[in-house]
Design a protein around this ligand. Structure first.
Ligand SMILES: Nc1ncnc2c1ncn2[C@@H]1O[C@H](COP(=O)(O)OP(=O)(O)O)[C@@H](O)[C@H]1O
Ligand SMILES: [Mg+2]
Length: 236
C-alpha cells in the first residue's frame, strides 16, 4: 500500500466558453498522504467545491489527472466510476443527508450494502456508532436525532467502507459552534485512530485548531499553507 492516497496532476477545470469562460481550477498539482488531515480553504467562488468534486469523482477535469489510491481515475469508464467511488471514498456533507425513514444504524450500513452483502457490515457499523458516541441512538429513525447526532452518524457512514479518503464540504456549516466543535474533534480523533485521510473544505478554518495541513485555493490555484494570517483577536 502506497503512502500516497491522492495525487492531482495539472488539473484544470474550465466552465463555459468565450466571454463566459471560467477557469475554476488552474493547473492544480498536489498529493496527499495516508492519514493526513487536510483543510481546503479559500474565499467564496475560489474553486473549493470544484476541487472537491474532482477528488470525489463527481466531475471530471478538463485536463490533467486525479489518482486515488494509485488508480488513474481519469481512465475509468463511466460505469466503473460509481463502484470505485463507493469503495474508495466516503462523503460528509453540510447537511447530513441521512435517509429519514431508515434508522441511524441502517443509514450507516447503506454504503456497505451497495458494495456487497456481508455479515460483518452490521457489526462494523455498530462498532463505528460506538466510537462516534451514538450507541444509544442507533435504532432511532434518522429524523428523530439532533443535527449534531445526525452529523456524527454521517461521519460513521463516511467511514464504513474503509475509504482511502473521506471528503467533507463544509461539514459544520449547519451546526452551532459548540456542536461544530464536537464534530470537528470527532473527525480529528477518528482520523488519528484509523489513520484515515480527511480532505475537508471549510470557511471556518480557526474552529479546526491544529491540523496536519492546509491548502488555500485562490482564483482556482492551489497554495500550500494559509494564505491569510489569522486576524488578531480583539479584546477589551
Ligand atoms: N457548473 C458550473 N458552471 C459554471 N461555472 C461554475 C460551475 N461551478 C462552479 N463554477 C464557477 O467556478 C468558480 C468556482 O466555483 P466553486 O468551486 O463553487 O467555488 P467555492 O466552492 O470556492 O465557493 C466560480 O466562479 C463559479 O461561479
Ligand atoms: Mg463551495
Amino acid at each position: 500500500m502506497s503512502d500516497i492516497v491522492l495525487e492531482l496532476k495539472n488539473v484544470n477545470r474550465v466552465f463555459g466558453q468565450g466571454d463566459t469562460k471560467v477557469q475554476a481550477l488552474d493547473n492544480v498539482t498536489f498529493s496527499v498522504k495516508r492519514g493526513e488531515f487536510l483543510l481546503i480553504v479559500g474565499s467564496s467562488g475560489s474553486g473549493k467545491s470544484t476541487l472537491l468534486n474532482m477528488i470525489g469523482l463527481l466531475d471530471k477535469p478538463s485536463s490533467g489527472q486525479v489518482f486515488i489510491d494509485g488508480t488513474n481515475t481519469t481512465k475509468l469508464s463511466d460505469n466503473k466510476i460509481s463502484a470505485f467511488r463507493n469503495s474508495k471514498l466516503g462523503f460528509i456533507f453540510q447537511f447530513s443527508n441521512l435517509l429519514a425513514d431508515l434508522t441511524v444504524l441502517e443509514n450507516v450500513m447503506l454504503p456497505r450494502n451497495i458494495q456487497r452483502t456481508d455479515q460483518n457490515a452490521q457489526k462494523q457499523a455498530i462498532e463505528l456508532l460506538r466510537s462516534v458516541g451514538l450507541e444509544n441512538q442507533m435504532h432511532k429513525r434518522a429524523n428523530k436525532v439532533s443535527g449534531g447526532q445526525a452529523q456524527r452518524a454521517a461521519i460513521a457512514r463516511g467511514l464504513i467502507n474503509h475509504p482511502a479518503i473521506v471528503l467533507a464540504d463544509e461539514p459544520t456549516g449547519n451546526l452551532d459552534s459548540v456542536t461544530a466543535e464536537t464534530v470537528i474533534q470527532l473527525m480529528k480523533s477518528m482520523a488519528k485512530k484509523l489513520n484515515q485521510t480527511f480532505v475537508i473544505v471549510t470557511h471556518d478554518r480557526h474552529q479546526f485548531g491544529e491540523v496536519d495541513r492546509i491548502i488555500t485555493i485562490k482564483d482556482g490555484r492551489a497554495f500550500e499553507g494559509e494564505d491569510v494570517p489569522p486576524k488578531m483577536e480583539l479584546t477589551v
